[in-house]
Design a protein around this ligand. Structure first.
Ligand SMILES: Nc1nc2c(ncn2[C@@H]2O[C@H](COP(=O)(O)OP(=O)(O)OP(=O)(O)O)[C@@H](O)[C@H]2O)c(=O)[nH]1
Ligand SMILES: [Mg+2]
Length: 416
């Protein structure tokens, strides 16, 4: 079910109340200390991740028929944009809101259909088409632009790049906007012999793609480049020192998609953090969501360590369990589970702690202590941090890799 904002809100409230119960026998000063240093920041992290998350805004530009709409469909895994075989009549931009109800995510896409309205690359662009493109960029201020060109036509389109650069110069000067742009070489299958496909099986095709990429980056754009995939240079390049941040060849032909994940990763790398959750959840990109989970574990580990800065020794590790229960639930939700105590209970039960369905979140937090590899003495910052790290990693292994690894096995990893 993934991360649902409403349910997250409910969970946060439950965790907050739970903390008050657990901190019940602390004096006011200690209670406020733990609230300010530990519980407050943990809840704030989740609020930032979930409540502040917003749809990514992506704009597609490129000549008619080169595959802008197909790329939207390929990335979203749905038939949202109409695929055209006929040339559109008027330059216009079509904003789409794509909703992914099952993963509670939304994208905003601006498909500038017809802006580069001619299918003949030799014809120059009309002024109004340029104006429409520029105004769309300013109006929507996208996170990322995808400039789509058909791979076999790369050698005929240098004029488009100068027009694009002029537009971006003006956008930058007048509106202080600098928007990362990815050059997408679509229809990679159609360069050379279209039957020699995919390039993983035809070295000749892979060579042709590399040649085209090099021509694009070295000769046309004149940029520094680095491989996006070390084993397969023909998966694309990352570029620097320009609005263009990379060049990726793809096939977005329905039923024969190729290299779309490389494109998705590059887009993700250039999104603000607040737009990443919706982007990756919609695509159910497990490795990328695990990345978000890992950085969350890191932050919760740091927050837990803050408990050590108390001047009064706090001996009860149970104080941390509401925070850890929250972390487990969110890690589970990132892997596709519901945001709820049941998700945390699922992990606990896999770890050998069975809590009846009738029991509430409070019992879960109480039982969680059994998993913590800590002794009874006053908890230092590093013990607290280590405990949260170990629990987080163990939950991550369970939800993302279906592996049962005891928290204490991550103790070494924490120390390192
Ligand atoms: N072989 C091949 N055909 C593709 C690929 N991507 C798209 N096509 C085909 O190219 C045609 C045009 O694709 P669209 O996605 O409609 O192109 P567009 O850029 O949105 O075109 P406009 O909306 O007219 O601006 C369709 O017939 C697609 O099926 C690809 O990667 N390989
Ligand atoms: Mg289209």
């Amino acid at each position: 079910m993934a991360i649902d904002k409403e349910k997250t809100k409910e969970l946060l409230e439950a965790i907050d109340e739970l903390f008050d119960v657990f901190a019940g026998n602390l004096n006011e000063e200690n209670k406020n200390f733990v609230k300010r240093v530990v519980m407050g920041p943990a809840i704030e992290e989740i609020r930032k991740l979930v409540e502040d998350s917003r749809p990514p805004i992506m704009l597609l530009m490129g000549r008619s028929g080169h595959g802008k709409s197909s790329i939207i469909n390929a990335l979203s895994g749905k038939q949202v944009a109409t695929i055209n075989d006929v040339k559109p009549q008027t330059p216009e931009s079509i904003p789409y809101v794509i909703t992914f109800p099952e993963s509670h995510s939304t994208w905003q896409v601006i498909d500038t259909r017809g802006i580069f309205e001619t299918t003949k690359p030799s014809e120059t662009l009309e002024d109004d088409a340029v104006a429409v493109l520029k105004n769309s960029i300013i109006k929507y201020s996208p996170d990322v632009i995808m400039h789509v060109i058909s791979t076999p036509e790369t050698r005929n389109l240098s004029n488009d790049f100068s027009i694009y650069n002029e537009i971006m110069e003006e956008v930058k000067k007048e509106h202080k906007l600098k928007i990362p742009t990815i050059l997408v070489l679509n229809k990679a299958d159609t360069i050379g012999n279209p039957r020699e496909w995919p390039p993983e099986e035809y070295a000749k095709k892979a060579g042709l793609l590399t040649e085209t990429l090099n021509y694009m980056v070295d000769d046309v754009l004149g940029l520094e480049k680095a491989n996006l995939n070390h084993n397969n240079p023909y998966y694309g390049y990352e570029t620097t020192e320009s609005n263009y941040v990379g060049v990726v060849p793809v096939s977005s032909l329905e039923g024969d998609l190729w290299n779309i994940n490389t494109l998705s990763d590059l887009i993700g790398n250039h999104l603000e953090e607040s737009a990443r959750l919706d982007f990756f959840q919609a695509q159910k990109r497990s490795e990328q969501l695990r990345g978000i989970s890992s950085s969350l574990i890191k932050r919760f580990t740091g927050i837990s360590g803050g408990i050590g800065s108390s001047t009064i020794p706090l001996s009860d590790i149970a104080l941390l369990t509401p925070l850890q229960l929250l972390l487990i639930s969110i890690i589970g939700a990132l892997s596709g589970r519901d945001v709820s105590k049941d998700t945390a209970f699922e992990y606990l039960s896999a770890a050998g702690i069975n809590i009846g369905a009738a029991f509430g979140i409070r019992e879960g937090a109480r039982q969680l202590v059994k998993l913590l590899p800590v002794g009874g003495a006053a908890i230092s910052g590093s013990i607290a941090a280590g405990a949260t790290y170990s629990i987080g990693k163990s939950a991550e292994a369970y939800f993302f890799y279906d592996k049962k690894v005891k928290p204490e096995e991550y103790k070494k990893g924490y120390e390192e």
